[in-house]
Design a binder for this molecule. Sequence first.
Ligand code: BYC
Length: 341
Amino acid sequence: MYLLNEKNIKLYFQSSNKFSIKNMNQVNKVETEDQLIAFQKRIDEGEKIEPNEWMPNNYRKNLIRMMSQHAHSEIVGMLPEGNWITRAPSLRRKMILLSKIQDEAGHGLYLYSAAETLGASREKMLEALHNGTAKYSSIFNYPSLSWADMGTIGWLVDGAAMVNQVSLMGTSYGPYHRAMIRICKEEAFHNRQGYELISKLCEGTEEQKKMAQESLNRFWWPSLMMFGPVGKDSPHSEQALKWKIKTESNEVLRQRFIDMTVPQAEARGLTFPDPDLKYDKETKTYSYGEPDWSEFFNVIKGNGPMNRRRVAARKKAHDDGAWVREAAEAYAGKQKKKTKN
Ligand code: BYC
């Protein structure tokens, strides 16, 4: 039996995760072995866990960690593409880009709301993003330098995200599972528009084809790193898999993405910046070189090429939007008064 007093619980939730629990009633002061066994049985039988049901504190904590990082990734992920809206080469491309970026904002909102069902405070989650303590996907700390990057982001970044999120559709937490179903539908469009853009460049002039290749060269390794590290460098995986917070390992998903993407590139005459990439006829998969994990850890520590600029841009957007939140609250207050009268 685990006994925690209120102060310890608060510390436990705040210490490693940079967020706080708003509703302390949702946190267990006592966790018995029987409760943990019964919970694992529900997971093993494929049941979904819903917000008001009993769950271990550690399950709640890890979901808030992962879902809030996921939500941050969606809204920080709007920035590299937002950079190109005014320079889209046609009205069609501009409309596609705008609609895709709006979808990402929506994904962020579903995910923040889903994390709130676990008792996480939206204000605290955003505060952690703005003060630089929260993580978000490493990929968004790289710059978008050419128009071809708009294709590469859709094709590779959304492609990698989709492989990961299709797997997360099987997550054991109900609200996360439902958010993933909706997000994956939109992600499929994001991925296809990116591949279509790259395909068009590859059918174009030598210069356009070069632009596509150069973009693939820059984004390939960071896209593989999106799936996260392996072994002892992936400390959350073992328990997350046991509780079906995640349903497949980082490595399995990375391999699936590679096997899906390499033939797509080859069909367009593109090559990869990995001399070790080759098809293995026996396993029917591609073997590949080791990503530079020191670069990855440097990026997630906040030292990637764009970390500081990304966080500053998010903070500015939040501050600039203060009047919208105030107006919405004032309007909601008025509506409440009206319904009372
Ligand atoms: N980037 O034990 P591990 C999109 C951290 S956005 C940064 O394997 P876990 C889109 C990890 O957090 C979709 N950090 O962790 C939007 C942990 O650190 P902490 C983004 C990473 O959670 C706009 C430590 O490394 N998708 O599609 O079991 C435009 C150890 O890792 C990363 C998601 O967010 C990383 N890549 O597995 C376009 C998916 N990898 O927390 C597109 C949801 C690892 O102990 N998240 N770390 O400080 C997940 O599936 C999992 O959290 C991960 C990591 C596979 C990422």
